[in-house]
Design a protein around this ligand. Structure first.
Ligand code: PLP
Length: 392
């Protein structure tokens, strides 16, 4: 029976990692993999997480099962950062649970939406490829709209048209900040327009927040989410701690339901629990427990925020340097200065991307997506010159 399975195409980014590893050139540049890198090219464990892990080893006295909801201390400690310190539960209308990474949170959000009657999800494209894969796997229909304009800004009109055209049984999946793969976020004014449109739309908002704190700041990066939540009765939120706590392989995320009334939460969360139980039973504990310890100790919280600030500032510096270069051959680099997070897309052809790899040792996804954190003050000039060379 298993011989009926057709081979799936290999993950292109994993193939790129192998190619990069096999390249002997000492000045090769990896802009493919989606992790933060320091100016020295490392992806270190946060100091605050190391300290919390040491505490965890000392203090944890059992590894007995928790439950499908995971570590609720961790989940509740995140809420003030996401929903606001003044009223993190929005008057008792928010409840969350821990998930295996942001991927688990997205999966749970769309599966719960489907269980509640959603049949189609509107989504700006391009998007993180796994969004479409998760929808196809459930399955749920996807209705694509253009996320970006050619000039590197967000296409607000397309989002508003999708929202206006939404029917009963529709949801809309929005990136909270640091859009992957384009780096193009809605401006606060655009978010206000989206929130106002959602207020009179039938679409259920699902907000995916995978890079909180990596755009402009912890408060700034949730402007859009909070604007939407202030306008709509109900929404779902998928959250990842894998980037902003550097916990990638520990798989740390959370899923939140914002209900129109708090009294609906027990029934809604019982469905979320049942879906989690059937999918992964319960999330891995270690990374979430470490994040909880960081968030419950003011000194560690301050250290974590400092480390996050350093990451964000480094990415802003790289972006500013690219924008200041103006153009590289036929590629306009200026929009990268106003884009956010790890990623941006360069308008390069497959041939030009191949030439960058072969002639210059520069590795990037076939879509033209680059991870700006792969650039350092030591290699950025070489990168700009190489882009100019292949696109001249
Ligand atoms: C937009 C978006 N959502 C969710 C995720 C999932 O993150 P995690 O690694 O926590 O599963 C990612 C990761 O790349 C992402 O880019």
């Amino acid at each position: 029976m298993l011989d009926r399975l057709q081979a799936q195409s290999p993950d292109a980014l994993l193939a790129l990692i192998k190619l990069h590893a096999a390249d002997p050139r000492p000045d090769k540049i990896d802009l493919g993999v989606g992790v933060y890198r320091t100016g020295q090219g490392d992806t270190p464990v946060f100091g605050a997480i190391k300290a919390a892990e040491r505490k965890l080893v000392e203090e944890q006295d059992s590894k007995s099962y928790l439950g499908p909801e995971g570590d609720m201390g961790f989940v509740e400690a995140l809420m003030p950062y996401i929903f606001g310190a003044a009223d993190p539960s929005l008057g008792g209308r928010v409840q969350g649970m821990q998930t295996p990474g942001g991927t688990g949170a997205v999966r749970l959000a769309v599966a719960l939406a489907k269980a509640a009657g959603v049949e189609q999800v509107h989504m700006g494209t391009p998007s993180w490829p796994n969004h479409a894969q998760i929808l196809a796997d459930l399955p749920l229909a996807m209705a694509a709209f253009d996320h970006a304009n050619d000039d590197g800004t967000a296409n607000l009109d397309a989002a508003l048209a999708a929202i206006a055209g939404a029917q009963d049984g529709d949801a809309i999946l929005l990136h909270g900040c640091c859009h992957n793969p384009t780096g193009i976020d809605y401006t606060p004014q655009q978010w206000d327009a989206i929130a106002a449109a959602l207020a009179s739309s039938r679409a259920l908002p699902i907000v995916d927040l995978a890079y909180h704190g990596l755009g402009h700041g912890m408060e700034e990066d949730v402007y859009g989410l909070r604007a939407v939540l202030a306008a709509v009765p109900e929404a779902l939120v998928a959250y990842s701690c894998d980037k902003n706590f550097g916990l990638y392989r520990d798989r740390v995320g959370a899923f939140f339901v914002v209900a129109s009334e708090g009294s609906q939460l027990p029934a809604i969360m019982s469905n979320a629990n049942a879906l989690a139980r059937a999918n992964w039973s319960m999330p891995p504990d270690h990374g979430g427990a470490a994040a909880r310890l960081v968030l419950s100790d003011p000194k560690l919280t301050a250290q974590w925020q400092d480390e996050l600030d350093t990451m964000r500032q480094r990415m802003r510096q790289v972006r500013q340097r690219l924008a200041e270069a103006g153009s590289a051959g036929s590629v306009d680099l200026t929009p990268l200065g106003i884009q956010n997070g790890l990623f941006s897309i360069l308008p390069l052809s497959k041939e030009q991307i191949g030439k960058l790899r072969e002639d210059h040792g520069i590795y990037m996804a076939g879509s033209g997506r680059i991870n700006v954190a792969g650039l350092t003050m030591g290699n950025i000039d070489k990168f700009i010159a190489a882009v100019a060379d292949v696109s001249a």
